[in-house]
Write a new protein. Sequence first.
Length: 112
Amino acid sequence: MSAGRGMIGAVDVDFEARLRLWDARKHDSWTFVDLPTDLADEIADAAEGVSRGFGSVRVEATIGTTTWRTSIFPGAETYVLPIKAVVRRRESVEAGDVARVRLRLVDVDGPA
């Protein structure tokens, strides 16, 4: 997994990550990617005061040519991003594949 450079200041994150099934819900095919751990603190700081239920942060996510609105959720070491089935189908990715992900935090102001 690799993070992009200089994007957290603009409240954008660009990285590659392997899609994985959520262990507790494997039979439901819930699929996620883990955000790079080195960005977790920066995202938490940027989202302070605007996080929602369960510490979630609203984002606009893009994989390939597909962009959608969702939330990232705090995990043990970093945030996790759910990848919708429609996105996986459109972009021909599934659990075990590596995808380039771009996130833009929603409702979070970038630098002035």
